[in-house]
Write a protein that binds this ligand. Structure first.
Ligand SMILES: [Zn+2]
Length: 198
């Protein structure tokens, strides 16, 4: 785990199993599984295999209705994927990373076949929290929600919003996404080396 990217555990969050880890501070065991009993920073000692949660006093946790910003970290499954929640809008002191799940049924207002039609790996997304417990279930269905920044899976270039869809200027291909109205790179406002005006 890298510095400055503390994972925050919340009460009742599953942290692992007894075969893997020894419970430390702020952790309880139930039916062989380790859970956090408090809100705080996750501390894992790889040598002793001890997992603990260090209490922190001022940690904002996601709540139902919160709009969060995060990045799709995968794994990408047909029906869902994992989003690392990095920021909660209008809330102070989110000092760590929370785990969210985006299910395909919550990805858009209409029917979406698979999660691959809604988000891609490493996409930045705006999402709404729909459950109060971890891993937090997220929704990207509203117009303001969805992908706000994405790169091309083929060339790595930035995708721009063109006629409501994401487009790679280099490959001349469209990528399927549930795009937010707040998508950062819009055709016309984008000044890339391949872009043409008018
Ligand atoms: Zn490309």
């Amino acid at each position: 785990m890298s510095e400055g990217k503390t994972r925050i555990a919340v009460p009742g969050e599953k942290l692992g199993v007894e075969e893997e880890f020894i419970p430390g501070e702020g952790v309880y065991v139930e039916e062989g599984k380790l859970y956090s009993s408090i809100t705080g920073a996750l501390v894992v000692d790889p040598k002793s295999k001890k997992v603990g949660v260090s209490p922190s006093t001022k940690v904002a946790v996601p709540e139902v209705g919160d709009i969060v910003e995060g990045v799709v970290v995968g794994p990408m499954r047909e029906d869902s994927t994992v989003v690392e929640i990095l920021r909660i809008k209008r809330k102070r002191s989110l000092k760590g990373v929370f785990t969210g799940i985006l299910h395909v049924s919550q990805a858009a207002k209409g029917y979406v076949d698979t999660i691959f039609d809604a988000v891609g790996l490493n996409d930045w997304v705006l999402a709404k929290v729909v459950t109060d417990w971890p891993p937090y279930q997220l929704s990207t269905a509203d117009d303001e929600l969805g992908v706000i920044y994405a790169t091309c899976p083929k060339c790595g270039g930035e995708l721009i919003l063109k006629r409501g869809r994401l487009f790679c200027n280099r490959d001349k291909t469209f990528e399927r996404r549930k795009v937010s109205i707040h998508y950062l790179l819009k055709e016309g406002s984008y000044v890339g080396k391949d872009s043409k005006r008018g």
